[in-house]
Design a protein around this ligand. Structure first.
Ligand SMILES: Nc1ncnc2c1ncn2[C@@H]1O[C@H](COP(=O)(O)OP(=O)(O)OP(=O)(O)O)[C@@H](O)[C@H]1O
Length: 241
């Protein structure tokens, strides 16, 4: 099974790696005669190499829908998506097989990514060390705690060193230390030229994001400058100046 979506071409620094233009998506009703739900009505977004981009917005505004369309796992009704390079996706709900062990999970996804046995093993050791789950490598996925399952979910998205990393609230269930380690990893990846796109709900982490896009009323708004302005407004030191 493959989680990557690949097109030809390599990522030059600060070139757009993912671009969505005029994206539209309406979900059909789950009930007969029920109402359909228009979610995106002409959304534009561009993500460049080496930046950490946050996608924010109210519950139900369409953040996950937008991300799934950019990853390529959900069809859109209109508009275009362009991707360059490989994509890693960490969905909100882990898409893991309960009956496989953690090591077997790495082997399965690594094979899907086209990695050699040696590369898979190296990635597994590195990520298990960084996210501190070495002692669970022989556990079955259904025996893991929620936080450890999420660590595996994130590692699977990262293991093939993708050019673009799409993360849907990747730290749900992480303890504080793991959360901080996660951010170090995200920063290191961005420093190496990976484009990191993250759905975020935490005001606290806005300062870690290079750009912030808000999904609102079916569109994507670049609110980076508004965020910076509101941060300055709420900075007590600024107020005393
Ligand atoms: N498969 C589906 N079928 C029908 N409606 C859906 C489906 N998936 C999502 N929706 C609806 O589309 C809207 C956007 O959902 P989405 O999950 O993209 O929002 P979100 O911004 O990621 O929300 P949250 O912050 O709660 O995770 C919601 O009204 C949701 O109920």
């Amino acid at each position: 099974m493959k989680r990557t979506t690949t097109t030809t071409g390599t990522a030059a620094s600060s070139e757009p790696l993912v671009r969505g233009d005029s994206l539209e998506k309406t979900y059909g009703s789950r009930l007969p005669f029920g109402r359909s739900t228009p979610v995106l009505t002409g959304a534009d977004i561009e993500v460049r190499a080496g930046e950490i981009v946050g996608i924010v917005g109210e519950n139900g505004s369409g953040k996950s829908t937008l991300m799934k369309i950019l990853v390529g796992v959900l069809d859109h009704d209109a508009g275009t998506v362009e991707r360059t390079g490989t994509v890693g996706w960490c969905p909100q709900e882990p898409l893991l097989y309960d009956r496989l062990t953690v090591s077997e999970t790495f082997r399965l996804f690594g094979a899907g990514y086209g990695m050699s046995r040696k590369e898979i093993d190296a990635a597994k050791r590195r990520l298990a060390d960084e996210l501190d789950f070495e002692r669970y490598l022989d556990y079955r996925v259904d025996q893991l705690s929620g936080g450890n399952r999420q660590k595996v979910n994130l590692s699977i998205a990262l293991m093939h060193d993708p050019d673009v990393l799409m993360l849907d609230e990747p730290y749900t269930g992480f303890d504080w230390e793991t959360y901080l380690r996660f951010w170090d990893m995200a920063q290191d990846l961005a420093d190496d030229g990976t484009a990191v796109v993250m759905i975020s709900h935490l005001i606290e982490e806005r300062s870690r994001l290079d750009r912030v896009f808000e999904v609102r009323d079916g569109l994507v708004h670049d609110v980076t400058d508004e965020e910076t302005a509101s941060e300055l407004r709420s900075d007590p030191e600024e107020e005393h100046e």
